[in-house]
Ligand binder design. Structure first.
Ligand code: 5GP
Ligand code: ZN
Length: 137
């Protein structure tokens, strides 16, 4: 993808603070982090989002993400962590190249990963449950 900033980073056309890479994946520090130590893990191949990634690649990427999260906790010493992955502009994805955010959390920090909770009826929940459970194999 010619105009993808993460593809340019992966090709070395734009510098990045790389913390890990192998043939398939790259992990970098976010240039505009939510907190110190905010890491992005991405496939080197241009895959837009969860709707495009194959489950095997996603599995390997999440295995790596889990390893990096644990090393980050030992190394940085934060309290907790949010793992966030946005899919599409409406969902807040600003770079359309699949990436997982690992965001260290500290007591009383300024990070906000939250939403307003809807009040649904049991019937609405059951309608959705039926629709999804029929479709998920
Ligand atoms: P998204 O909003 O798509 O889930 O996350 C994109 C992330 O990429 C943002 O957190 C943003 O700070 C980060 N980002 C944008 N441009 C650059 C860049 O040039 N280098 C790095 N390292 N991160 C970037
Ligand atoms: Zn890309």
């Amino acid at each position: 993808m010619d105009d993808c900033i993460f593809c340019k980073i992966i090709k070395g056309e734009i510098p990045s603070a790389t913390v890990y890479e192998d043939d398939e994946f790259k992990a970098i520090l976010d240039r505009f982090p939510a907190n110190q130590g905010h890491v992005l893990v991405m496939p080197k191949k241009h895959i837009q989002n969860v709707f495009e990634i194959d489950p095997e690649t996603a599995g390997r990427l999440y295995t790596l993400t889990t390893k990096i999260a644990k090393v980050m906790k030992e190394t940085i010493g934060f309290e907790n962590m949010n793992i966030v992955q946005n899919n599409g502009p409406v969902a807040g994805q600003t770079v359309q190249h699949f990436h997982v955010h690992l965001i260290p959390r500290y007591e009383n920090d300024t990070v906000s990963v939250t939403w307003k909770q809807l009040e649904l009826t049991d019937e609405q929940i059951e309608d959705m449950r039926k629709k999804l459970s029929k479709a998920i194999i």
